[in-house]
Structure formats: C-alpha cells, structure tokens
Design a protein around this ligand. Structure first.
Ligand SMILES: Cc1cc2nc3c(=O)[nH]c(=O)nc-3n(C[C@H](O)[C@H](O)[C@H](O)COP(=O)(O)O)c2cc1C
Length: 160
C-alpha cells in the first residue's frame, strides 16, 4: 500500500512566485499549487499555505502578482521558498517595482500577470485564490520552466 504523499512527490508542475501587498506590508513566496481553471473567461488558481506571511498579506489584498520561474531562476526559488518574510525581508534582496495596488513585480521575471482576487476558498491547509489575469507580460522565445522536481529539495521557510 502506498501513501498519497509518495505519489505526490513524483508529480511535476511549474513553480511560481506569488507576491502580495496590502498598503503597509508586502511579501512573496514560492508556489507549486497552481492551475489555469477557465479559458473564457480566463481564470487561474493559486494555493497559498495558511502558515505563510505572504498568505496573511494576501487576505488583505485585492490583487496578486504571479511570476512563472524559468530554469535559470533557481536562486529566486531558494530565496522565496526557503526563507520567510517573518524572518527576512526577501524583497530587499531582489529588484522589483510596484505594480497595480502596489503589488511587487519582480524585475527578473519575464513571464507574469497580475490578477484580481475573485474568490478565496479554504482547501485544507492551503487557501485557493481564484484570479482574473490582467497586466500580462510574456518574454521572448520559448521558456524552459523551473519545476517542482527541480526545487523540491528546498527546505520551505514555513513548514507546510
Ligand atoms: C518546492 C516548494 C513548493 C512550495 N509550494 C507552495 C505552495 O504551493 N503554496 C504555498 O503557499 N507555499 C509553498 N511553498 C512554501 C513557501 O514558499 C515557503 O514556506 C516560504 O518560505 C513562505 O514565505 P513567507 O512566509 O514569506 O510567505 C513551497 C515551498 C517549496 C520549497
């Protein structure tokens, strides 16, 4: 008999950095739980852990930014996934600029969108945020994505 955790450890999917700002505080974290959820209208889901500082800020934000990481961005994954804003100001260590509603846009990320939060649904220990993508940026060329299997050795800043 196998556990679901054994199967989940073998799955693969893209990794992204979700950032949030509430007017006072801002932060971002590495996220693997995500999926497009509708074509027309376009909708995208991100799952934020109820332990994360980013999630606490996201509860007070109307808008989140979603940055899709490429393979050469492992250092960003280590920073945003391995450190928590409860202990370290991650955004002080990267280049970013304020987007709509002040949401941090990471300068090095060439594939991203901002999304208005349409719904939040508690799904166990993660909260699904349903986003309406807007302000989309698509870099040149064909990206090679950074995936879960390439980052699962990173020790999360907050335990899941
Ligand atoms: C491989 C990997 C996948 C992760 N997936 C998620 C995820 O889907 N959702 C989430 O909220 N956190 C996820 N995390 C954890 C956060 O990125 C991590 O705990 C981060 O340090 C939280 O930072 P914060 O407290 O500043 O928000 C993942 C971490 C790693 C290493």
């Amino acid at each position: 008999v196998h556990s679901f955790a054994e199967l989940a450890a073998l799955l693969d999917y893209q990794m992204l950095v979700v950032t949030a700002a509430d007017g006072t505080e801002r932060d971002g974290c590495l996220v693997g739980f995500s999926s497009q959820s509708s074509i027309d209208p376009p909708r995208f889901l991100v799952g934020l852990s109820d332990k994360n500082r980013t999630t606490r800020i996201a509860q007070r934000s109307d808008l989140l930014a979603v940055h899709f990481l490429t393979r050469d961005q492992r250092a960003l994954a280590e920073l945003f996934g391995g450190e928590t804003g409860d202990e370290r100001d991650k955004l002080a260590e990267v280049e970013w600029s304020p987007g709509p509603a002040g949401v941090p846009l990471l300068a090095d990320c060439r594939y991203r969108f901002c999304g208005r939060v349409l719904e939040r649904v508690a799904l166990g220990d993660h909260i699904a945020h349903l986003l309406e993508p807007d302000d989309v940026v698509v870099g040149e060329g064909r990206p090679e994505w950074l995936t879960f299997q390439l980052t699962r050795d990173i020790d999360p800043g907050h335990e899941a």
